[in-house]
Design a protein around this ligand. Sequence first.
Ligand code: SAM
Length: 393
Amino acid sequence: MLSTFHSEEPMKKKGPQGKEERPPPTAGPSGPPLGEPFRWRSESDEPTPARLSPVDDRLSADAALKRVRRGEYLLYTGDFHNAKQLLGAMGRRLSRPAGAGSLLEAFRAERRARQLEHETLSRIVVALDRDYRLGLARAPDVAQACRQVWGEPELATTVVPLKQLLGMLGAAEWRRKGLAVPGLKGLLHPHYGVYLPTRTDYAELLLPLPQVKGKRVFDVGTGTGVLSFLLLQSGAVSVVATDCDARAVACARENAQRLGLANRFQGVETDLFPEGRADLVVSNPPWIPEPPKNRVDRAVFDEDNLFLRRFLEGLTAHLEPGGEGLLLLSNLAVLLGLRPAGWLDEQLARCGLTVKWTRSTQARHSKARDRSDPLHAARSREVTTLYCLAPAP
Ligand SMILES: C[S@@+](CC[C@H](N)C(=O)[O-])C[C@H]1O[C@@H](n2cnc3c(N)ncnc32)[C@H](O)[C@@H]1O
């Protein structure tokens, strides 16, 4: 999206601590040229800001909050580390949801609060030049992280929420270092915006899986490709892996290459199933039936169980005779009251599927142990199950 910078009317007013705020610079040596068009980059699909107000290290967190709540986008031109501290200080000032009644109310209140926090903090933005250089004092080199996510710059100036840029830098570090997944021989190198399998309990459910030897597999909603790679390393002949997100498909392809599995792995950008049939169809679908708020949310949130319902409806038509489906599903949605307890059994019956066996594991991620979490009662009881499904005889 394109827009241009606008200078701000210089103003003098009292800051929250009675400190006088000096007028922000209209343009500085490290600031972007005013009036120039820029490429706006926002993961949340927020529209291009109509105007950007330059601010620097003199801005307090309280003043920044007041201004972003009025709808301003603040273009930070000061010191990089001060900018990060400003985000932290603003975040700490945002109110946490008060203890809500039911678990579902608490879940929704927490989600709303996070969304609000995200929207608020995303109004602190920074500008990058035509080489993706960040013109802030003490700024790190962000060019490689930007190229990995966006490719080459499209214009002389790119503007991005600082919060998002920090996420991109963190992701670039994961991508460089790689992530160890129990059972996977070799490291996984996740890309920005692709579901990160840090909760590995569900992946462990797939191992050992003797019946995978010699099988042709589909992996529906592959993300980084982690399940495909576990199955290929366990003896699957080939995997066709799909994802609706181009970034996930690119990530899975690159990882297949790194792991030496590329000749048996095909990544396809499509909705749910690839063409044809397989001996084994595996999926770890988004598990919370609530509307996704942005692109990244689509890995976790599945409005009206649409993915899950269509996966179950289409499974038999994508299985070879004698084939099996492997579905990984957490019971968190049931514990939160978002899915009735008998819902899955009803859907399986409706789609003519039977459960051949199941394997379950208690959630071990840190949130499951956090007693201060308002959702502790649900998270501490979360169980993920691997369902082996087959067409009913
Ligand atoms: C919970 S993540 C699982 C990723 C990976 N299989 C894993 O276990 O780490 C769900 C994945 O499904 C993808 N997805 C969501 N809706 C989809 C759809 N309609 N078709 C294909 N993939 C989809 C998301 O982009 C995401 O990568």
